[in-house]
Design a protein. Structure first.
Length: 126
């Protein structure tokens, strides 16, 4: 099946999804091509930044910083924490939940434009 679009945006990262949504808002039939899929094989909009780059890294850094603060800095405030331990699977779970929520938000924006905009998965690289 062949489809024709006024605009095709390559990548649904922070620049791509905004450009695709704006084009659809302007009345252009729009396709946005994204390569990322989540752990369940479903399309994951948001590009490198949201799926595997900036956002996941910052989520893990935030958790690590909280650990360091609890271990080394709370006592200055009169807060005793006892034996502080790091639960890496919980940290990774929190990161995954943040990514899932944000990619879901981008998907919701795309769904609001259904009819004028299509999100498609790019074929796998050879």
């Amino acid at each position: 099946m062949t489809q024709k679009f006024d605009v095709v945006v390559i990548g649904a990262g922070p620049g791509g999804y905004v450009a695709a949504i704006k084009a659809a808002q302007l009345g252009l039939t729009t396709a946005c091509i994204e390569k990322y899929t989540d752990a369940e094989g479903k399309q994951a909009l948001g590009g490198t930044c949201l799926n595997v780059g900036c956002i996941p890294s910052k989520a893990l850094l935030d958790s690590s910083w909280k650990y360091k603060e609890a271990k080394e800095s709370f006592s200055v405030h009169g807060i005793s924490t006892g034996d502080v331990k790091m639960d890496v699977p919980a940290m990774v779970g929190r990161k995954a939940n943040i990514v899932k929520n944000l990619t879901g938000g981008v998907a919701t924006l795309f769904k609001a434009r259904t009819g004028s905009m299509t999100a498609a998965r790019s074929p796998p690289s050879p």
